[in-house]
Design a protein around this ligand. Structure first.
Ligand code: ZN
Ligand code: ZN
Length: 217
């Protein structure tokens, strides 16, 4: 059984997740901590629970999801894994971060490129990687078949979907990702989103207005 600790960080109210097992083996998904207070909140939780950070994962590399990459990579000496296609998004962040007021942003070097042929493993946990482009071109999700949970970043939100007006975004691609790769999962799968509360595949299939509308197009 995995434990999931969410944090909401930075001006974009981004969800960072620390996921860990009984043996304290842990991963950090989308570290968005930026201020000293946010860094402290995250590191205090990790220390108080005696967690061993094995991996740092980015669902995609928009600024709100990568602000804390460098902090956690330096602190825990864990490798940063991203999709190869997201590298361009990651490299771009340092150029536009000051425009958003994040002058202190430091880029973290990705340690490994991953795609849907790979498996994320830490402790006894194994996660499938789902390729979910549309919000961002190299967007991925981490699917735990056993626990019936998915961490899918900014693809699908409770009763909403990710925006597609940013560079590399594409509405039709996003809708296709949702229908082909998320709505084909069991209804009871819990979706941990990049923003806002968790939802389920079943709930969104019924009530997500964006995806329902797309069926009529
Ligand atoms: Zn995003
Ligand atoms: Zn986001």
């Amino acid at each position: 059984m995995l434990s999931i600790q969410p944090f909401t960080f930075n001006a974009f109210s981004e969800n960072t997740y620390v996921v860990f097992d009984e043996n304290k083996e842990a991963v950090i998904i989308d570290p968005g901590c930026y201020s000293r207070e946010e860094q402290k909140e995250l590191s205090s939780f990790i220390e108080e629970n005696g967690l061993k950070i094995k991996l740092i994962l980015n669902t995609h590399c928009h600024i709100d999801h990568v602000l804390g990459n460098n902090f956690v990579r330096e602190k825990y000496k864990a490798p940063l894994l991203i999709h190869k296609i997201e590298e361009a998004q990651l490299r771009a962040v340092k150029n536009y971060a000051p425009l958003y007021g994040f002058d202190g942003y430091r880029e973290a070097e990705p340690d490994q490129f991953i795609d849907e042929k790979d498996v994320i493993s830490f402790g006894a946990t194994q996660w499938k990687i789902l390729f979910l482009p549309g919000h961002s071109p190299g967007h991925i999700g981490f699917y735990d078949v056993k626990e019936q949970t998915i961490f899918s970043g900014d693809v699908l939100f409770e009763h909403s979907i990710g925006r597609t007006d940013l560079p590399g975004g594409n509405f039709d691609t996003l809708i296709k990702s949702i229908h082909q790769n998320l709505f084909t999962l069991p209804d009871e799968v819990v979706v941990y989103c990049g923003h806002g509360p968790p939802t389920t595949i079943g709930e969104e299939k019924i009530s997500n207005p964006f995806c329902a509308l797309s069926l009529l197009r």
